[in-house]
Design a protein around this ligand. Sequence first.
Ligand SMILES: O=C(O)CCC(=O)C(=O)O
Length: 329
Amino acid sequence: MNAVQEAAEVVSAQAARIVPVPKINARDLPYEIFLRDYVATNRPVVIQDAAPGWSALKTWTPEYFKNNYGSQTVEVTYGVRQKLSDVMDGVLASTAEKPGPYLHKVIIHQHMPALLTDLSPENTYAFPRRYCSPLMPKRFHRPDGYLKLLIGGVGGKFPLMHFDSDNAHAIITEIYGDKEFVLFAPEDTAYVYPHENSPATSQIDDLDHVDLNRFPEFPKATQYRVVIGPGEAMFVPSRWWHSARVVTTSVSVCTNIMHSTNWAGFIDISCENTGGGIKPSLLAKRLYLLVAGMVMGLVESIQRNWPGTSIARSLGYLSPINPEARRTP
Ligand SMILES: O=C(O)CCC(=O)C(=O)O
């Protein structure tokens, strides 16, 4: 193929259908409507002004992290550990041509718990939170919500296009700067070329320069693109492929949502029988998860239908549908 043909191939890759992700202000998107129209239908949306009470929106700048956490050594990306002041220098020097580091391995409650007060009250759209439930099997139990800190400079990006494990939905709330998301629906999985031995990650790592010799079907995929800014939360439904790229130096947080809409898929994944044959332990696990899911579903509907009652308050911690329920002992 000559250079002209190559250029034409890149253009045709970029010409794949691009659809904007809807943005809706939180005042026009009550939580129940969010659940009904986006979570239950597994469609992406950006919620504007999703966490208006967060003081982080005023204080979390790159300088803030450098000044307050600069001496802390953190895991930046897979297996790479560095002092945060060095990471922040790299982030601030990052350019589209020479992207710096992208921090995505810091779990806030574990590594920088003092930051949690800046994220209070919690983003109400980041619920229900079955991960917090004591009924969740130990391996998946995340009492804190597993809130991740994400920081990158211009051109920096989350290292992989992927979908989240456990059939989880994700919600990423931007605090400082702007970040672009590109999403692909689960129906387009074949067109984004999952790795054979890692089926939740794509072989395509640069969406603007897709090699059509290797990935000829890519133009058949529909790209859902959106840039989010401070206060905006990107809802990524379960099994949706997503990649994130920094537009202007960016700080955000990310967590997962698990409830009735993605529970059946979670059971299938966590009880997958890779070896063949009947495995009684897997059948028992499946049965446990089915019953636990029913109990949590009941608790969620009690909280929805009788909010504020003592039964909703005393059971809410089994599957909190909002931050208040989570705090109930
Ligand atoms: O960097 C981002 O905003 C995406 C984060 C993400 O997809 C993840 O942590 O799984």
